[in-house]
Design a protein around this ligand. Sequence first.
Ligand code: IPT
Length: 939
Amino acid sequence: MKKILLVLALVIAGLVVPAPAAPAAPKHTVTYDRYSLMVDGERVLLQAAEFHYFRLPSPDLWRDILEKEKAAGFNAVSVYFSWAFHSPAPGKYDFTGVRDVDRLLRIAEETGLYVIARPGPYINAETTGGGFPAWLKTVPGRARSSAPGYTAAYHDWLAHLNPILARHQVTRGGSVLLYNVENEYAVNTDAVYMQDLQDTARAAGIDVPITTNNCCDAGSWSSTWGSGPGAVQIPGVDDYPQSFDCGNAATVWGPWGAGVTEKVRDDAPVFAAEYQAGAIDLNNAGYDACRDLTGVQYTKYFQKGNVILSGATAFNYYMGFGGTNWGWLAQPNDVYTSYDYGAAIDESRQLTDKYFEYKRQGYFLQAVPQLTKTDVSAAPAVAGLETAARTNPDTGTQFVLVRNAGTTPVSATVDLAGLALPVGLEGHGAKILLTGFDFGAQHLVASTSELLTQATVGGRDVGILYGTDGTAGSTVLSYARKPSVRVLDGQVTSSYDGGKLRLDYTHRGLARVLISGGGHRPLLLLLGTDDTAASFWRYDTPAGPILVRGTDLLRSATVAHGTVALRADTAAAGGFEVLAAAKDVLVNGVRVPTRTTSSGTLEGRLPGPRGVSLPSLDGWRQQGEAPEAKPAFDDSRWTVADKSTSLSPFVPMSQPVLFSDEYGFHTGSVWYRGHFTATGGEATVDLNAITGKRGDYLVWLNGRYLGAAAGGVELDTEAPVNPSPGHGEFTVPAGLLRAGERAVLSVLVQNMGHNDDWTADDNRFRQPRGLVGARIGTAAIDWRIQGTAKIDPARGGLNNGGLYGERTGWSLPGYADRIWPKASKTVPAGVTWLRDNFRLDLPAGQDTSLALRFDGATPAGYRAILYLNGWNVGQYGTAIGPQTDFVLPTGVLHANGTNTLAVAVIAEQPSTVATPHLVVKGSQRGGVPVRDVPASDRP
Ligand code: IPT
């Protein structure tokens, strides 16, 4: 009893973490060998797409993205967990609402996706602090090391997160299959720390394999072969062969290498932990250019190459869906509000061309389990093409890569299984061809068409093969006796000789061939092009696979009692076709009349979406603010800024230390008021501020606006160490200051989120935000500081800064703005707000994605922070980036109800401001049900 009480006391005192409940017998086992991961002893080809829940503040939409990933053939998502997103202050953690990661993991389970969990603590990801909460800057001890202060801090984070991850592991019937410690931890490393992350996970009940993603020295956490401190079980390697030069997408081709993932441990599979699938828009080219940089040809050439050249059986596309740096989520030196990333699913959740290339490859990889165990084998040489091959040692199935490194098409003959077969590749094309491949009851000898998928449906085998439109293809199958061949559609010739049936054709549209007799069960072969192949969807139900041709998305399907029920999206009215062991078809709960086609499929028509009418935004009201700029403003309740030291490597350029993080203000706008006694002889106000790229600051003296300056960055980019970052010198107007009289300097600083800690040296991560130096003659200045007034419980600590309007609820729907005058849209230098309400009644059962659009060039004299129903959905202005469309996530956007837009204009000079209008980014019948995201209307 005494012992129990003692333990209880220690638990309450926080000294002993209660042991996790004894795990029940494992639901599944997760193991691996040199070839692949295995679940319950069965090999798994792990195909993940990266998704950041924190970049989509509408949990119902998490399901939309996950279903879209699944529909492209992915069987996993890789997820960073951002410490900063959950922890606004030391010891404060939130895992509810848009932070409910338990819900995210449940959705992954319901969708049927494995999860690669990446809890950091450091994640990079172009998010503020690289995932580190800004309060960590005030904790002693080098971050990403075994220093005690840092250790205590990350233990607290992991003590909150690990139990959630642990209970969602595959081994307990959940989805978490891999646990990724740290991120590209390659310089200034500390093995004790790296080991502690793993020990901490194990102590919390994490029993799935542990991985890490290496960037630069792929071997770093594997070189000690499992026994040394810090080494992980399955090291992953990050590959970004296309780099990030989106502006030159047309000419860039592999400047960062061949994109072949190294094997770094002989006892573990090759894991491409981050394989480039988009890019950050470093040079403001816009994300469409990033999508081009990493487009269909890149994806074919590099990814198919990697599969065969490296033998990777686990990979993760970074990003599958990029999302939005809403609030102050961005790490400002590399990105702006949008984190679209040029990903296959764009920021407004629309499927792009690249998505369909992922689908072609994804379906293939799932259809060839033989690929989970292969060794390098001899490849046939083909004139004008690169080739490589791997063979499954148990089945003899060979995977032959043929790749066109040039930009002009190549037609050639390839020797497959002793047969000379025609193959055609477009510029930068690549194919993985099969020989000796068994599927269903069939044996494929060889084909120069690629396999999309294969299935057995209703007693028939089905194979879908495809090739570049207009190129020749041949497929050879083995039959003991000559089978009957019926060409149902298209032009295909066949010949039978010595046990082999050979089909020859040109890839065009969709040819259909029914082969029966010959000793096997019937085979329906569908021979398509890239496009027609990509029009098929596959879903594996407990009653077997079904295939759908047409619809713009298939989310899920069930088959029972002769009825197949589909959840599908349509972007336009049109035909569709289902291959399932069923007679009746329901789509989104509605029975659809169908007829049976000659190839035994059910064919019908589906309606498209209803029209969407949008309100115009023309009821703007306007109100100026910034009382803080006025001399008489009462700042007596603001925090006194009087510290003389900080943990930042940046030496303050004057005293006291004004770094905003030192006073608990980490997010967005921060106000300073400095009181001093003037001599009358002051000529200039001399300031320095560090805001991160894209920030600025505005200065008033005794209520008179003196001007603005750009904030500093203090990164290696500021050559080489800028002695005077973010400097501004402002002339004191004659007569404004009088000898012996008190004066007040007001400064509004736009802090832009926090630097990352990529080099693990504390240098950039601990760079301050806010004022870092202030001199007015020789006056001693008494400072007060004010930032975010209160953490918004639903929208979180990264949503708001400390503008007067933010502190008093002007951004929120409940604010009574009726007394504000109608907007003139001309604003003085300083801060002005505009507000407008609009009603929406978007069609039910339809997924309509809206955005705010600004027409014309981005403005230079001001910046605008945009709030939808109180959620900070973006920042607009030339100083911020090229972005003119701001996606409004449904849920944050009330699809059927009233919405409030509030725009905080921070003007460096008198300006005429542009207001946005609503646009439809996409509308499909279908979608997932989305509820409004709960959040308060008032402060
Ligand atoms: C890699 C990071 O691991 C990831 O977090 C993200 O920052 C990505 O880059 C770029 O978007 S780092 C790799 C480019 C060396």
